[in-house]
Design a protein around this ligand. Structure first.
Ligand code: FES
Length: 151
């Protein structure tokens, strides 16, 4: 019984240390998005989905539902780090309701600003999210163009 309590206390102390370390490195926005991400998962039968593997070897997937050229739903999935989860979460929130071309205009800088910045060694995580979105948009526009040609 006492051993269980000791273990619980040790686990709580370790968690507090991890939390403090994260809070020293990341902005409040990044921590919020990472600990409680929005739009994590997959859209069933999406209008388009894309997948990109970044320079670190981690992957992001984005799926979109589009109606009248507007993104009405967006989801992401990643096997990457907390900064990537925060990036996917923030980016999918930023693009929901946006015109598809406007969404593709979101730059790494814009996403980094919305996140309150990322440490230098994690900036590529935001780049990965933006590259995955841009790939999805490109694929969607090509698909649309090809459908137009067939008519
Ligand atoms: Fe690989 Fe963040 S995406 S470290």
């Amino acid at each position: 019984m006492n051993e269980d309590k000791d273990f619980e206390e040790i686990a709580k102390t370790i968690q507090r240390m991890i939390d403090r370390e994260e809070e020293a490195i990341y902005s409040r926005v990044v921590i919020r998005e990472y600990r409680n991400p929005s739009n994590l998962g997959f859209i069933e039968d999406p209008d388009v989905s894309s997948e990109v593997t970044g320079i670190c070897g981690d992957t992001m997937k984005i799926s979109l539902r589009i109606k009248n050229n507007r993104i009405i739903d967006a989801c992401f999935w990643t096997d990457g780090c907390g900064a990537t989860i925060a990036s996917g979460s923030m980016l999918t929130k930023m693009i929901k309701g946006k015109n598809i071309e406007k969404a593709a205009d979101i730059s790494d800088r814009k996403l980094l600003d919305a996140l309150g910045g990322l440490p230098e060694e994690h900036r590529h995580c935001a780049t990965l999210a933006v590259a995955t979105l841009q790939k999805a948009v490109k694929q969607y526009l090509e698909k649309k163009k090809n459908l137009g040609k067939k008519r």
